[in-house]
Design a protein around this ligand. Structure first.
Ligand SMILES: Cc1cc2nc3c(=O)[nH]c(=O)nc-3n(C[C@H](O)[C@H](O)[C@H](O)COP(=O)(O)OP(=O)(O)OC[C@H]3O[C@@H](n4cnc5c(N)ncnc54)[C@H](O)[C@@H]3O)c2cc1C
Length: 226
């Protein structure tokens, strides 16, 4: 939907998918299960960093313009065992950024940061964004593809594959660089109001308050268990 929101400014866009925003969560797609918080980092190039910052700026704007989207501003406390201050490229970009003092770090952490970020509830955000796109002319079509070529009669000039881990199984894609990682989370009732993230690079522990009286606790990283 993010791609469609940009392209639809100049083109007619139809989103074709088996699972659509508003559907009940199933294990076939990731989006309904996300926290979903914005945590800066995890980039391999300056281009990726720019994409991340552009997305953040737009979502920040939406958190003010569209409170009904469920996007809310929230403080993040983010700790790393495998990073030092020199690795924190986002320190000059995130609102209210500061390094946390040594005494505030959990045992084992080498760096801790605090900044203002964003949280949203996928169950609200996904159908809301679908409606936003539909109002600008984007169409949604439910269709299950065995191959991308199954879509050849839809009358398009360009087809963009944004099928998540569907790219592993689509017969004319079979992208073996896609890696399945199972992440398990728990939703609990709580009014805790800061994101906590602790990353060792092998495991991560997080608390993601949706600021609606619920908090997501996680998480696990299990490779190849689907
Ligand atoms: C537990 C958990 C917590 C997460 N928390 C966060 C977070 O806090 N912040 C964050 O940024 N990210 C988070 N993520 C990651 C985030 O959810 C994903 O990066 C994001 O949802 C991927 O979106 P997507 O549209 O690319 O893929 P998906 O949401 O998986 O959507 C894929 C789409 O392709 C369609 N599709 C696939 N194959 C086919 C086919 N053969 N035919 C037709 N349609 C097909 C599906 O139906 C679906 O519509 C989390 C993920 C998990 C699992």
């Amino acid at each position: 939907m993010a791609t469609a929101s940009i392209l639809s400014r100049n083109h007619q866009v139809t989103i074709v998918a088996k699972n659509l925003p508003g559907d009940e969560p199933t294990i076939e797609w990731a989006s309904p299960w996300a926290g979903a918080s914005f945590i800066a980092g995890g980039c391999f190039s300056s281009r990726e960093a720019k994409m991340q910052l552009d997305a953040f700026a737009e979502l920040w704007r939406w958190s003010i313009a569209y409170p009904e989207s469920s996007i809310k501003q929230i403080t993040v406390e983010d700790f790393h065992e495998d990073k030092t201050e020199a690795d924190i490229w986002w320190k000059d970009y995130m609102p209210e950024f500061r390094f946390l003092p040594w005494e505030a770090l959990p045992k084992g952490a080498k760096v801790g940061t605090s900044y203002k970020s964003l949280i949203l509830s996928p169950a609200i955000f996904l159908p809301w964004m679908r409606k936003l796109l539909e109002n600008t002319g984007v169409k949604f079509k439910r269709m299950s593809l065995e191959s991308l070529s199954d879509a050849r009669d839809l009358g398009h000039d360009v087809l963009i594959n944004a099928s998540g881990f569907g790219s592993l199984k689509l017969k004319d894609v079979q992208d073996m660089d896609v890696e399945m990682v199972r992440g398990q989370t728990m939703v609990v009732e709580s009014n805790y109001n800061k994101i906590f993230m602790y990353d060792t690079s092998r495991t991560y522990t997080y608390v993601l308050p949706r600021l609606d009286g619920t908090v997501i606790l996680g998480g696990t990283r299990q490779k190849d268990t689907m």
